[in-house]
Structures are given as C-alpha cells and as structure tokens.
Design a protein around this ligand. Structure first.
Ligand code: SF4
Ligand code: SF4
Length: 385
C-alpha cells in the first residue's frame, strides 16, 4: 500500500505561547518569505507526481500573518494544481482573526489545534490564559465554517486526571486525539513532563475501554488508527509506517528535513528547495541515510514482533533524536505500542473466534454472546463514516 505524500511547511519556529513541555519552539526563528514559498512550489512541481497534502506547522504558523497566506495559498494551489494539493494547519489559534479565517476557509483548510482538557489542566501545562485564547480562536474558526480538531497532550501529571480529561472531551463533543508528552531535548530536565511509555500504554487501554463504553458519543482517533492498522495489517498514521520519503518538512529558510520534528536541527538538513534537489539528491544526505538506517534496524530488531507490519518500529524521531542521531534502539514508546496492540489483538481474536465471553440471556433463551461493543464495533463505526 502506498503512503500518501505529505509536505509540512514551517513558516517559523517562533510561538507566542510558552507551553511548559514544548520541545520545538524557538523565539529567534526567522519567518519564511513569499519568495521561499515560490521556491517550494517550483521545487515540488517536478519532485514527484503523487497527490500532495501540505500542512502548515510550527512553532506557530499563524505568526506568518494574513498577507503570507493570502499570497502563499494561491501560489501553492495553482502552481501545484497537477498534484491536487490539499491543505491543513496546526495552530494554537491565538492569532486567528476573522480575516485569516476567511482566507483559510476559501481553501477549506482543516485545523488541528491543542488543548489538554478543561481550563485548569490546560493552563497548568500550557501557561495561564492559554485555554481562553485558544477557545476564542476556535469560535472565530467555527463562525467561518472551519473544521477544528484538538490534540490533547498527556503529561506525567495530567495522566492522573485522565478521567476528567476524557469526560471533558465527551461533554464538549470534541473528538479526542492524544499525544504523549515527549522528553524535551532543550530542557535541563528532559523528563520533567514526559509521559513514561508504561503509563502511555495503560492510558491507551483505559481510553479503549472508555471509548467502547461511549461508542457513538465520541471518537478516540488514536484507537481508531490502531484498530484500523491491526485489521488491515498496515499502519495508517506516520508513526506506524515507514515515513521516510513520504513525509518531508521545509523550514523557514527553505531547508528540507525528514519531518517537522527535525526542523531547526542543522544536522538533519537534507537540502534546500532553491537548489531543486531530486529524490536521488536527498537520498545522498546524511539525514536520509540515517532515516533508512533506522528502517533497516527495525527490520532486524523487530523481526520477531507480531506487530511489525503495522508498527514499523514507531517514530524515528523519538528513536534517534535523544541519542544525537545514532540508531541505538526503536521508538522508546515500543512498550506502549506492544501493550495496546496486544490488547486490541486479543480482544479482536476473542470476538472473531469466540472466548466463552457469554452472559445469561432472558428466560427461555439459551446463553447469548455478550452484547457489549468490542473492537469490531469500532471498525464498523469507522466503516460507516
Ligand atoms: S519522524 Fe515521527 S512524527 Fe515525523 S513523520 Fe516520521 S513518524 Fe511521523
Ligand atoms: S511494538 Fe516494539 S518490537 Fe514491535 S514492531 Fe513496534 S517497536 Fe518493534
């Protein structure tokens, strides 16, 4: 199965928010010029021929301002019309104005934003006032017909409030997509907020149960992706496929990286759009070779794992960034992935092949299978969308 081609444009690594566990923002980061956007379009035009999804990411991409998007979107959509580009944006929404929302709505750009649960929990992790500012932007987005989905970062502190957080998303009618807080490589204490892999695994199992108890009333995107991956034997999000080559990111100065997570780290630069590198040119860079060394490592190290087809060793950034670019292991979240993959697989097998999971029916009826929704119900729900 061919993975879709995804390009992330990072107009700046700057961000007005100061989330405590952030690992990616950089106050001194330059802003991308429109000239660089033109260079991106010129380069991508001949780089490959598949449909392309372009995500504006950061830092905070809205720092680039309305004029940037007013010019950049037509340059990309018209210049790359033969690649049928679709767009997306990842933003905390603080800087969303009605003017910007109108521009984004013209291109039907779905927005991914971030809140970590109710106001007290979000502000404790992301700084006072974060929640109110994001919700203001959310209202503007909705008024302009933009679709917004929130990512919820679970830290080692907020995981203790998982019930409250789940109930908040349920009550608000928001789909839930979670991210585990990663060790911040720029902090003196990288693990201060990071969610330990064991806790992450237990959190996923907890969310699976809560999801099943509330099926039809909420969507837990990670659980959907995991179930779909197991069922189709192929990952459906970047973490669980060989992302190298199918995802690229472009920093503010036109430098090309394997993914947005590496932007701003000079050793991971593979080329620059102004030089119009071909895939073969990028393949000669150290960063490209490193990503492929990770893939080869996974083929060897995970060969005996039942989940290798739809896990692929997890995220290469998680694996190689903390070791300063050396492949010494797979994604440290392996423990969590195994925990949830095992749990879903066991339940799915029980549902399909039977497990004695029966309950007493009514008077006169024989034993009947437990009617509590299971993994098949999640898969069915997804199939009807
Ligand atoms: S490096 Fe990680 S986050 Fe980036 S595209 Fe690959 S799997 Fe996704
Ligand atoms: S669960 Fe762990 S061992 Fe299995 S494929 Fe994923 S990273 Fe490798």
């Amino acid at each position: 199965m061919k993975s879709p081609f995804h390009v992330m444009i990072i107009p700046t690594l700057g961000c007005p928010s100061k989330c405590h566990y952030c690992w990616s923002s950089d106050e001194g980061s330059p802003r991308m010029s429109i000239e660089t956007v033109r260079e991106i379009a010129e380069w991508l035009k001949d780089y490959q021929s598949n449909q392309v999804t372009i995500t504006f990411h950061g830092g905070e991409p809205l720092l680039a301002g309305a004029e940037f998007y007013r010019q950049a979107l037509p340059i990309l959509s018209e210049g790359l019309a033969h690649l049928a580009p679709t767009f997306a944006l990842q933003s905390n929404l603080w800087l969303l104005t009605p003017e910007l929302a109108e521009i984004l709505a013209e291109y039907q750009i779905p927005i991914g934003s971030s809140i970590d649960g109710p106001e007290e929990i979000t502000d404790a992790q992301r700084g006072k006032g974060y929640f109110a500012k994001t919700m203001r932007g959310y209202e503007i987005a909705r008024e302009n017909g933009l679709e917004v989905r929130f990512i919820c970062t679970f830290t080692n502190r907020s995981v203790k409030e998982k019930e409250t957080i789940f109930d908040f998303f349920l009550k608000q009618g928001f789909p839930l997509k979670l991210h585990p807080a990663l060790p911040s490589l720029r902090s003196k204490d990288p693990k201060e907020w990071a969610l330990e892999p064991e806790e992450y695994g237990e959190l996923l199992v907890y969310l699976l149960d809560r999801y099943l108890d509330n099926l039809g009333r909420i969507e837990v995107m990670n659980i959907n992706d995991l179930c779909r991956g197991i069922f189709t034997r192929h990952g459906t999000v970047c973490t669980f496929v060989d992302c190298m080559g199918t995802t690229l990111a472009i920093g503010p100065d036109g430098s090309i990286y394997p993914c947005y997570r590496f932007v701003g780290m000079p050793k991971y630069v593979m080329g620059n759009v102004r030089d119009r590198p071909t895939a073969e040119d990028l393949a000669r860079s150290k960063a490209w070779k490193l990503m492929h060394a990770f893939k080869d490592y996974v083929d060897q190290e995970c060969a005996g794992c039942a989940h290798i087809k739809y896990c692929r060793g997890g995220c290469p950034y998680n694996a190689i960034a903390p070791t300063d670019g050396e492949v010494r292991g797979v994604d440290p979240h392996c423990v969590a992935y195994k925990r949830i993959f095992d749990e879903i697989t066991t339940r799915l097998n029980e549902e399909i092949f039977g497990s004695g999971d029966m309950e007493m029916g009514g008077f006169g009826s024989p034993f009947v299978r437990n009617t509590k929704p299971g993994i098949m119900a999640i898969l069915r729900t997804m199939a009807t969308k």
